[in-house]
Ligand binder design. Structure first.
Ligand code: AMP
Length: 215
């Protein structure tokens, strides 16, 4: 299945994408993770300037990045996109890249969470360079500051500070939210309530994906 997880920052996209990726045995492609791993390169340092302000990195950079990633053989039997597309031009570019590969997006999961919950979640989020994500209260690591999965040091993302969070939410509403109608019009959108337990939300997402795959 070719899946997109859509939702505001803090909606749990990354966590859910990881769980779904294990379940479907398909690669989890997070453009935010790819950009963060690129820090130290010219492209990564350029992108970090936008990321730290809570702004979107220019479309041209993201489109090339996703074209390159989707040309890799591990995506041939399906993929889970997390954080891409974030604008209509990115969605148009994705459709054209996939059509060149004789493929298409089969389902877009829209995870809905109220703004007040998003701000609380993001300010207490801690992450690891391996992609694991924790919440200081609801999903803490076993040892403070240490990743359960790889033993790496957890950190508070620069863009998870309050001013950046507010800007990211504004950017989401203006530039990314229009994708909800875009994919609804294509008949591939499923909306999931992102409040509640991680496992319960994961189940709802899996059921929506299974229903789409049976279509
Ligand atoms: P994320 O880890 O998905 O929250 O992404 C963190 C930051 O990376 C975003 O706030 C953007 O600055 C940048 N970013 C990630 N994906 C994209 C994208 N598809 N388009 C533009 N910027 C992106």
């Amino acid at each position: 299945m070719n899946v997109i997880l859509l939702g505001p920052p803090g909606s749990g996209k990354g966590t859910q994408a990881q769980l779904l990726s294990k379940r479907l045995e398909s690669p989890h492609i997070s453009t935010g993770d790819i950009l963060r791993r690129a820090v130290g390169t010219e492209l990564g340092d350029h992108a970090a300037e936008y990321m730290n302000r809570g702004e979107l990195v220019p479309d041209a950079i993201l489109i090339e990045m996703i074209r390159d990633r989707l040309s890799q053989p591990d995506t041939a039997c399906g993929f889970i996109l997390d954080g891409y597309p974030r604008t209509i031009p990115q969605a148009d570019a994705l459709a054209s890249i996939l059509s060149g590969l004789d493929r298409e997006i089969e389902i877009v999961i829209n995870i809905e969470v109220p703004d007040t919950d998003l701000i609380t979640r993001l300010s207490a989020r801690r992450v690891c360079t391996c992609g694991a994500t924790y919440h200081l209260t609801f999903n803490p690591p076993q040892e403070e500051g240490v990743c359960d999965r790889c033993g790496g040091a957890l950190y508070h993302r620069d863009d998870d500070q309050e001013e950046s969070i507010r800007n990211r939410l504004l950017v989401y509403k203006k530039q990314t939210q229009p994708l909800i109608d875009y994919y609804a019009n294509l008949g591939v959108l499923a909306t999931i309530d992102g409040r509640g337990g991680i496992e319960q939300i994961a189940e709802g997402i899996y059921e929506a994906v299974a229903a789409a795959s049976a279509r």
